[in-house]
Design a binder for this molecule. Structure first.
Ligand code: PRP
Length: 232
């Protein structure tokens, strides 16, 4: 299929990503796996093309922006002697964490990688902002300079909780680098110093973002065709 490499106007679509919500919070997506695109498309290795309506952020744009963000973070933390502590919130941020950490490695300061897994308690189709820790940090972060590496800030509820949690553990500083942000979906304002792309509140997948745990491995971010989540 021909992709349209266009950024949609931010105010075009106002709804929160329904697939991520439904998959995360027990809606209809739990009733079955998403059906995949045409078998013919799978044969040439682009099986997902049939399910994607259009690309909004290309692989090249992600690579370029990641390098830019790493340079900014490196420049702002050149004085940090004991290295940065990068904290990735599984699972969506894993792609960005891997690429961001390597980009940062070209500039310094040195970084250590930590991973957390959390689960949001939902109420109906909305997140309550109450978070349960499924996997905690493996080390003490007291006195450390922490960078939270997020794939996306949507409502801001997860990040809002996480920042309070990390600060309660006496980090010397806590800042956030988020590759994507949906400004129209924000419910809780959170301080995100480094933002890659502001994107529309659309049903997006790829580069870590999933629908029912699928499409995370796409190298770009695209809008899922409505019929894909409608039939699940
Ligand atoms: C996503 C994403 C963020 C969070 C943002 O994770 O990785 O952590 O949602 O949403 P919010 O701003 O509305 O809180 P998700 O809970 O979907 O889990 P996943 O990373 O495993 O896909």
């Amino acid at each position: 299929m021909a992709f349209r490499y266009l950024l949609m106007p931010f105010d075009l679509i106002q709804r929160k990503n329904p697939g991520r919500d439904r998959a995360k919070r027990g809606g209809p997506a739990d009733g079955g796996r998403p059906a995949y695109g045409r078998l013919g498309a799978m044969a040439d290795g682009s099986w997902y093309d049939a399910d994607i309506d259009h690309v909004i952020i290309s692989e090249a744009q992600i690579r370029e922006k990641t390098a830019e963000l790493a340079k900014q973070v490196a420049a702002d933390h050149a004085h940090v002697e004991d290295g940065l502590l990068l904290v990735c919130v599984l699972k969506g941020a894993v792609m960005f964490m891997a690429d961001f950490a390597r980009a940062l490695g070209r500039h310094g300061p040195p970084a250590e990688l930590e991973f957390m897994a959390v689960s949001s308690y939902g109420q109906g189709t909305t997140s309550s902002g109450v978070v349960r820790i499924l996997k905690d940090l493996d080390r003490d972060i007291a006195g450390r300079h922490v960078i939270v590496v997020e794939d996306i800030v949507d409502s801001g509820l997860t990040l809002s909780w996480l920042l309070r949690y990390l600060e309660s553990r006496s980090a010397a500083s806590v800042e956030v680098v988020a590759l994507f942000r949906k400004p129209d979906a924000v419910k809780v304002p959170v301080p995100v110093k480094y933002v890659g792309f502001d994107i529309p509140t659309e049903f997006v997948v790829g580069y870590g973002l999933d629908f029912d745990e699928r499409y995370r491995e796409l190298p770009y971010v695209g809008v899922l065709k409505p019929e894909v989540y409608a039939r699940s």
